[in-house]
Structure formats: structure tokens, C-alpha cells
Design a protein around this ligand. Structure first.
Ligand code: OGA
Ligand code: MN
Length: 201
């Protein structure tokens, strides 16, 4: 993963999520009430709005309230330490949420961070969909920032982890014919100044 990031700025890793962790997260998802998921928004803090033209999925932030959530956060902390050691990225904090895309749901082409707003540096997505078939749709499609041409499509297979530099790769989630579960997360650098604490959450 570190080598891919260094060479290309992204990495697709089938089976990277440890089996026990993936199983625990899936069991937790199934035990969660639908009411814990809320329609996802677009933008940060005051710029945050609901926009069903852009995305229609529902999300639930992972705050370490469940054992499965804590295991996920421990795994991403280890990943953060590893990537900082290998690539000197200075990753400082992490935020992530479960996402549920119902049949037909989508997230149109977007970038996770904007250049110059040093916040989200590295995006990570993990998939929790046992038995996903090619015809089920729901691919994550990555584009190259420069020409904005299609780079690759990733099926949301159980245990697959994708990482990419947040500013560099526009991407979208295509509609699927069945329920699609993922975790999306972002490693951030410390953008704090004397009068502004960042990250706020
Ligand atoms: C996101 C996102 C991708 C996916 O939540 O920002 O791009 O495959 N998710 O779920
Ligand atoms: Mn995204």
C-alpha cells in the first residue's frame, strides 16, 4: 500500500481488511438500527448541506462507541503510523463513517479535499459486502485529476481497502442493484493555528 501510494498516489488492496475485523464490522452493521443512519451531506461545518443531486447514501459516524468501531479505529491508527513512518505524510487525525447505499443510491463525482485547504490528505474506503457479484454494480470509479479521465473501477468486495490522496483523485460511486455498505475515512494533517483549532471534530 505504501509503495503504491508513493508511486501512483492510490492503492487498491483486495482482502486487506483482517477477516475478524471485517466480520465484526459487518455484524455490528446488521445489529444497528436504521435510525442511527442519517442522510449524508456535502461540505464541511457551515458549508454543510444536504444535496440529493450529489449523493443519496446514509451515514453513521464511527466514534468508538462499539467494540467493532474501536477495532476499526485501532486498525486505522496502526495504518496511520505505518504510512507516516514509510512516507512521512504527517497524518495527524482520522474521521470515518459507515455508509449505506440502498439500491439505486449514488455519490456523483467529487473530490474529498480542496487544494490549499490543508485538511483531508488521505482517503480510505473499506467494503463490507460478502457475495458481491460483478453485475451488482456499485463500483467506485476513480479519475485522474489532470485530464479527469477514468482511471479504474473498483468493485465493493468484502474486505477490499482503497486508499488515495484526497486532493488528487476525483471519484464517484455508481448505483447498485442491492444494498451496499462501506466505511469512508480521511486522515488529516494538523491545520491548527493560534486562534483556530483544527480538526474540529
Ligand atoms: C465518500 C466516498 C466511496 C465509496 O464517502 O466520500 O467517496 O466507495 N465513498 O463508498
Ligand atoms: Mn469521496
Amino acid at each position: 500500500m505504501a509503495g503504491d501510494l508513493r508511486d501512483r498516489g492510490y492503492s487498491v488492496c483486495p482482502g486487506a481488511l483482517p477477516t475478524a475485523l471485517a466480520g465484526g464490522l459487518l455484524a455490528h452493521l446488521h445489529s444497528m438500527s436504521e435510525a442511527r443512519f442519517t442522510p449524508a451531506g456535502v461540505g464541511r461545518e457551515h458549508g454543510h448541506t444536504l444535496n440529493s443531486f450529489v449523493r443519496t447514501d446514509e451515514i453513521c459516524w464511527i466514534n468508538g462507541e462499539s467494540a467493532a468501531g474501536r477495532d476499526w479505529l485501532a486498525w486505522t491508527t496502526a495504518l496511520q503510523q505505518h504510512l507516516n513512518r514509510e512516507l512521512l505524510l504527517g497524518l495527524f487525525s482520522f474521521e470515518s463513517h459507515f455508509a449505506h447505499y440502498r439500491p439505486g443510491d449514488f455519490y456523483r463525482k467529487h473530490v474529498d479535499a480542496f487544494r490549499g485547504e490543508a485538511n483531508r490528505v488521505l482517503s480510505v474506503v473499506a467494503y463490507l459486502n460478502p457475495g458481491w457479484q460483478t453485475g451488482d454494480g456499485g463500483e467506485l470509479r476513480l479519475y485522474t485529476g489532470a485530464e479527469d479521465s477514468s482511471l479504474l473501477s473498483v468493485q465493493p468486495l468484502h474486505g477490499t481497502v482503497v486508499v488515495f490522496l484526497s486532493e488528487e483523485f476525483p471519484h464517484e460511486v455508481l448505483p447498485a442493484s442491492r444494498d451496499r455498505y462501506s466505511i469512508a475515512g480521511w486522515f488529516r494533517v494538523n491545520g491548527s493555528t493560534a486562534d483556530r483549532v483544527d480538526p474540529p471534530r
